[in-house]
Design a protein around this ligand. Structure first.
Ligand code: SF4
Length: 477
C-alpha cells in the first residue's frame, strides 16, 4: 500500500529547448530566434520544410504517415512556428537513437502534426461529428459575430492564425482548405464586418463582454486590432474584453515586439480609465510549451496593465488527458509564467477527432483528480461545450447513459436563435462520448444504428435547432 500523494508537486524551472539541435537551425542566433519576423518566415508549412529542419534523422516512415494524414484526414493545413516545433522531443536531437519514436509519442506533436496512424480506424469520426460542431455560424448576428450567451459575444475578426492546431474547433472557417475540408469564406470585407459587429454591439446593451478572436488576433496588423478594441472601449455597455491568442505561447516573439507592447499599454490605460477589464486568453495544452520566452511575453503583457492572462487548453488523449500531465501544465503556467489555468475544454465533435476525444466520465474523473493541488482560483474547470447549449462544467449533466455514451444537458438561457422558442429551456441537449470508449454492448448498438437519425438526444437537438430557426424566420418576416 502506498502512502504517497497521487501527484508529487515539485517546483520546476522553465527551459527553452536548444533549437540548434535541429540541423536546419544549427546556425540560428538568439537574436534571430527572438525575432517575430524570423519566426514567421521560418514556420514549417509542408513536409519538405519539416525535413529541412529535422534533417536526415527523421524517419521516412513518419514522413509517409504525415503525408497520408494530410491527404486523407487533416482538417487543418500544416503551420508550425519554430517556437512550437522546438518544444517537441526537447531532450533529443534528430540523429539520436529513438528520435522518431519519441516524436510519435510527443504530446505537442500529436496535436500540431497529426499522422494517419494516430487516428482511429474503427470510428475515425463520430457519426454526429460536424464541421461547425458548436453551431457558431448558426448564431451569427453579424458576419463572424456569434451571440450564444445572453451577455457575451464572440467576434471572429479573421480566419487565420500563426499556427494551425490539428484539433481546431473552428476548422470550418479557420485556415487554408485541405484535401478533406473546403473552408468557409467570409463574404464581407474586414472593414465592413467590423462595422457591422460594432453596430450590433452599440444597439444591444444586454451584451457586456466581447471575446475578440479568430483565428488568432496575433495575425491581425496590430494597428487594426488596436482600432477595433478602441471602438469597443467607446461602447458604454462593454465591460469585459478578452483577446484570444494562442500565439502568446506559439509565437511569444509577436507579443514581445515594442510596437505591440506600446499599443497594448495604450489600450490597457484607456480600459482602466473607463473601468473596463482587458484580459488575454491563450491556449496551452502541454507543460513543455511553457518556456522562458512564453513567460517573458506574458510578463510583458501583464506589465502593460491588462487585467490578466488566462489559459484555455483543450483536453486530448495522448496529449494531456491524465492528471499528472494536467497538473504539470497548470503549475508551469501558474508558477512559471503567471498565467491563470482557467479552463480545459473537452475536444469538440469535429470530423476525425475521435482519437483525441475523451468521454464525459473520464473528464469528470480528471476534474476530481486535479482538485486540491492548486489554489481554488487557479484550479481549472474542465468543461464540455454542448452543441446548442454552451460551456457546462462536466459534472453539470442532467442525465448520462454510459452504455451508449450519451450525456444530456439543460440550459438556463436562450441563444440568439431561440428568442422565440418557448421550449428552449425545457429540452435536454445531447453530447456523445467517443464510441471506442463505450462498453461492448454500447459499441455494438452504435455499429447497428450509426446510420439512423433516431437517438433521442440527437433528434431533440436537431428539432430544437430547426424549431428555433423557423421561429426566428417567422419573427423576422
Ligand atoms: S490557434 Fe485556435 S483558432 Fe487557431 S488553429 Fe489553433 S485552435 Fe484553431
Amino acid at each position: 500500500m502506498t502512502t504517497e500523494q497521487p501527484y508529487p508537486y515539485l517546483g520546476r524551472e522553465l527551459v527553452e529547448p536548444d533549437w540548434t539541435r535541429f540541423p536546419g537551425w544549427a546556425d540560428v542566433t538568439t537574436e534571430q530566434w527572438e525575432s517575430a519576423q524570423w519566426q514567421r518566415a521560418h514556420c514549417v508549412k509542408n513536409l519538405r520544410q519539416l525535413r529541412d529542419v529535422l534533417g536526415p534523422g527523421l524517419d521516412d516512415r513518419f514522413v509517409a504517415d504525415l503525408e497520408r494524414d494530410q491527404a486523407e484526414r487533416a482538417t487543418m493545413s500544416m503551420l508550425v512556428p519554430p517556437q512550437m516545433l522546438n518544444t517537441m522531443v526537447a531532450h533529443l536531437s534528430p540523429s539520436d537513437p529513438g528520435f522518431t519514436e519519441a516524436l510519435y509519442a510527443d504530446g505537442v506533436r500529436r496535436y500540431m502534426l497529426p499522422v494517419f496512424t494516430d487516428r482511429r480506424t474503427d470510428w475515425p469520426s463520430h457519426p454526429y461529428a460536424t464541421r461547425d460542431s458548436l453551431h457558431e455560424h448558426d448564431m451569427w448576428v453579424a458576419e463572424g459575430l456569434t451571440h450564444r450567451y445572453p451577455t457575451k459575444v464572440l467576434a471572429e475578426l479573421l480566419p487565420t492564425c500563426p499556427q494551425y492546431c490539428g484539433h481546431c474547433t473552428r476548422m470550418d472557417l479557420v485556415g487554408n482548405s485541405t484535401p478533406v475540408v473546403d473552408k468557409l469564406k467570409f463574404d464581407l470585407k474586414p472593414v465592413d464586418r467590423y462595422d457591422q459587429m460594432i453596430d450590433y454591439l452599440r444597439r444591444t446593451p444586454t451584451v457586456r463582454d466581447v471575446v475578440v478572436s479568430g483565428g488568432d488576433v496575433a495575425n491581425m496588423p496590430f494597428k487594426n486590432l488596436e482600432a477595433f478594441v478602441a471602438r469597443l472601449l467607446e461602447i458604454d455597455n462593454i465591460r469585459d474584453i478578452r483577446l484570444a491568442t494562442k500565439a502568446l505561447m506559439g509565437l511569444p516573439q509577436h507579443w514581445l515586439q515594442s510596437e505591440v507592447r506600446a499599443g497594448m499599454e495604450r489600450l490597457a490605460t484607456t480600459a482602466r480609465e473607463r473601468g473596463v477589464q482587458i484580459a488575454i486568453h491563450t491556449h496551452v495544452n502541454h507543460a513543455g510549451s511553457v518556456t522562458p520566452l512564453v513567460a517573458r511575453a506574458t510578463r510583458a503583457m501583464l506589465d502593460t496593465g491588462i487585467r490578466d492572462v488566462r489559459n484555455q487548453g483543450v483536453l486530448m488523449e495522448g496529449v494531456n488527458a491524465d492528471a499528472h500531465t494536467l497538473l504539470d501544465l497548470c503549475f508551469a503556467l501558474s508558477d512559471g509564467a503567471g498565467i491563470l489555468p482557467y479552463y480545459f475544454y473537452m475536444c469538440d465533435m469535429i470530423p476525425f477527432s475521435e482519437h483525441w476525444r475523451v468521454s464525459v466520465g473520464k473528464a469528470q474523473d480528471l476534474q476530481h483528480a486535479i482538485m486540491g493541488y492548486l489554489p481554488g482560483f487557479a484550479t481549472p474547470r474542465i468543461v464540455c461545450d454542448v452543441p446548442f447549449v454552451g460551456k457546462r462544467w462536466v459534472h453539470q449533466l442532467a442525465d448520462y447513459d454510459r452504455e451508449h455514451g450519451i450525456s444530456y444537458w439543460t440550459k438556463n438561457y436562450r441563444t440568439s436563435i431561440e428568442r422565440a422558442d418557448a421550449l428552449a429551456l425545457e429540452r435536454t441537449y445531447a453530447y456523445y462520448d467517443p464510441i471506442h470508449t463505450l462498453p461492448a454492448e454500447g459499441q455494438r448498438w452504435w455499429h447497428d444504428h450509426a446510420a439512423d437519425d433516431t437517438t433521442r438526444g440527437h433528434a431533440a437537438a436537431t428539432a430544437a435547432a430547426r424549431a428555433s430557426r423557423e421561429a426566428a424566420a417567422v419573427q423576422a418576416g
